[in-house]
Design a binder for this molecule. Structure first.
Ligand SMILES: [Zn+2]
Ligand SMILES: [Zn+2]
Length: 688
């Protein structure tokens, strides 16, 4: 018998699977160590066969069979991903493997022998003191501090001891209003009924305003699945920012919940994976990679905040967890207050139109900043002083966005990227937000020696400073902050105060006493040349707006912008998601953007001047697609000393598979040619 093995190498040129002799018990999904070339590598059995084209005398046996196995359906999922995202089978398989670099932790376990059971049952007559009796009665368990005493009982034949794998216990941040199981509102109960009667594999959109109690509906749906003996996956954007939802699941379902995310140690991740694989845990909560959780009888996948860009993976393969989730065959429930136009178009919608507390959405004031030079409108400043608890969002880290010389106009740029450097005053440095380059803060111009350096624009650091100068208790919440969970807890406990931050402040926390939410520079996202600019802006403003007024004191929202008439800002200010989605879908239909087309992006890059562009041109020429379907090549800004160029292929939905295959083939041919060896190429299907 033959095992077809895909060796886990990163080389793109190697295409498995390769045939090996199949040891007993090895099946699809088994993990092996196999001799490959001159070394041993891990391989995954992707199929078994009764014969091989390799002559029998050349077939070799695996060195070793590993203990864990990948479920066969995840092997199939990886095969699909390799094609769908123009990647390799080996790279896709890496995503579904058990976490590496750890093994089960063992500790000494003790249990009663038959003699022990008899002696304990014999009661007073047995030769046991009270302490020994107590010990025996406490078994079976891990020995812990009682090892010595238990060893003596083992010597008398009353106890059997041996190593046993012990689970590493996780702790979860508890932040925000949790409370006990609330009664469902009519809207929640009806949403739950819709979900329960949906046939397996149906895709639903739970479109509920912020505060409408989507999580309670998820909990109810998961509970039903567990009651039937099935399993569920709950995807959340980022664990560090969504501790509330994680702790609610853990509280409701206890040990049945496994949490998988990147902040766990290798050992913890391994244990959680194993608990899922063995069915000891049947619910997995985690970020996008949890979509690969090894759960048998998977009946339900919930994707919370489905509009969040973190569901797209930026490494190879560039998968989208929302798209992968559809392949797992479970019922899909995507939840959001600001769903993507694609989801609103394609999924059956269930609505939660009102907040659970029956309060209306907070009024939104749009502040026109044209003609204002300061970072904050006077109305904002005044509002913050009277609000008690407020949230301020500015989607820009650092102190100032860029520095210029007042005499000669010199702009401080990153030497490795074509972007300006951002001032981080507390650390005393200029930083590139794209490559991490750092430089000291200049005291004079490097070009003309003038000492007059102007700082432009305000980031979160400067805002934090200005607000605390104004006497407000302020916390900063952005990617420069090491432990965002601590910031959220501090804010929760404080009677008044203002967290100031990037979009992190707008994500999934639920603080009842926030009475004012402020967005500064709300149209910043509109200035990116991207077809998702409107969608992003709407989501950002609407999400932040939803953070205000969730308590008895009510609340309001202020939106500062240079584009007060932009459709996304007008719609967000009126809490009009339907109006926004309708207009946006119409615009996309006219421009043939998703969901009315599929996009495939190719990015080429090179250290050598001109090489990225010529490689992109070569890809374009290789493509057997109508010229109107291909946009570019267009230059992207230089990044990490590499020039970059991009091509976008727009395919009709029905031609998606052909376009992906076509682009994959063209990129592979160009990448393999000597002429373009100075360039690297990457393919991104459904770019975000
Ligand atoms: Zn100068
Ligand atoms: Zn840079």
């Amino acid at each position: 018998m033959i095992a077809k093995v895909e060796p886990l190498t990163t080389a793109r040129a190697l295409r498995g699977p390769f045939d090996y002799l199949r040891p007993d018990g090895v099946a699809k999904g088994s993990l092996l160590i196999v001799p490959f070339g001159h070394r041993d590598v891990t391989g995954v059995v992707v199929d078994v066969a009764s014969s091989s084209e390799v002559p029998a005398e050349k077939l070799v046996a695996p060195r070793r069979v590993l203990e864990e196995r990948v479920p066969p359906e995840l092997v199939d999922l990886a095969a699909w991903m390799a094609e769908e995202y123009c990647s390799t089978f080996a790279r896709s398989l890496q995503l579904v493997l058990p976490p590496t670099g750890a093994r089960a932790k063992t500790a000494l376990w003790a249990e009663l022998t038959d003699d022990g059971t008899a002696v304990l049952a014999a009661g007073e007559g047995a030769r046991l003191n009270a302490r020994q009796r107590e010990l025996l009665a406490s078994l079976p368990r891990f020995c812990g501090g009682d090892t010595a005493a238990l060893r003596r009982l083992e010597g008398r034949g009353l106890v059997a001891m041996g190593p046993r794998s012990q689970r590493r216990f996780l702790t979860h941040d508890a932040v925000g209003a949790v409370g006990e199981r609330p009664a469902l509102t009519d809207a929640q109960a009806s949403a739950l009924r819709e979900i329960s009667k949906a046939p397996r594999g149906e895709k639903l959109l739970l479109h509920g305003v912020t505060g409408s109690g989507k999580t309670e509906v998820y909990l109810g749906a998961v509970e039903e699945v567990l009651g039937r003996g099935g399993g569920a996956i709950v995807l959340v954007p980022e664990i560090a920012l969504t501790p509330q939802i994680v702790s609610r699941f853990v509280r409701r379902f206890g040990d049945t919940v496994a949490v998988l995310h990147s902040k766990l140690s290798k050992g913890e991740r391994y244990d959680e994976w194993r608990r899922l694989r063995r069915g000891e845990a049947r619910v997995c909560v985690g970020p996008r990679s949890a979509v690969f959780a090894p759960i048998a009888d998977l009946e339900l996948i919930v994707i919370d905040e489905e509009h969040d860009p973190s569901y797209k993976h930026e490494g190879d393969p560039r998968y989208d967890a929302r798209h992968v989730a559809e392949r797992r065959g479970a019922t899909l429930v995507c939840g959001s207050a600001t769903p993507r136009p694609e989801s609103a178009y394609a999924l059956r919608r269930i609505r939660l139109p009102e907040r659970v507390d029956g309060r209306g959405m907070p009024p939104v004031g749009v502040l026109d900043m044209r003609g204002h030079s300061m970072a904050m409108h006077p109305e904002t400043v005044e509002g913050l002083h009277t609000a008690g608890k407020a949230i301020v969002m500015l989607n820009r880290r650092g102190w100032s966005n860029f520095l210029t010389c007042r005499s000669c106009g010199h702009v401080w740029m990153c030497p490795h990227c074509d972007v300006s450097l951002v001032l981080h005053r507390a650390q005393g440095l200029l930083a590139c937000h794209h490559c991490g380059h750092r430089a000291r803060v200049p005291h004079e111009c490097t070009e003309c020696r003038s000492v007059s350096v102007a700082r432009h624009g305000a980031g979160t650091e400067r805002l934090e400073h200005e607000l605390s100068e104004a006497g407000l208790p302020v916390w900063r919440l952005d990617a420069d902050v090491k432990r965002p969970g601590d910031v959220l807890r501090a804010f929760e406990a404080a009677p008044t105060g203002v967290p100031v931050g990037t979009q992190m402040v707008a994500k999934g926390h639920d603080f009842p006493d926030v009475t004012l939410a402020v967005v500064l520079d709300a149209d910043a996202t509109l200035r990116f040349p991207d077809f998702r600019a409107e969608e992003r802006t709407f989501a950002l403003v609407a999400q932040l707006a939803g953070r205000s007024g969730r308590g008895e004191k009510g609340g309001r929202v202020l939106v500062q912008t240079l584009a007060p008439d932009a459709p996304s800002i007008v719609a967000a200010a009126q809490h009009d998601a339907d109006g926004f989605l309708g207009g946006e879908l119409e615009r996309r239909r006219l421009l043939r953007y998703p969901p009315f087309s599929s996009l495939v992006k190719v990015v080429t890059s090179s250290h050598e001047p001109g090489a990225a562009h010529t490689a992109a041109m070569a890809v374009r020429e290789e493509l057997a697609l109508p010229p109107s379907a291909v946009l570019g090549p267009a230059p992207l800004f230089r990044l990490r000393d590499r020039e970059r160029s991009q091509l976008i292929v727009k395919a009709k939905p029905e031609n998606r598979a052909t376009a992906i295959e076509e682009v994959g083939g063209a990129v592979e041919r160009v990448a393999a040619s000597r002429e373009h060896k100075a360039a690297s190429l990457s393919v991104d299907v459904d770019p975000q």
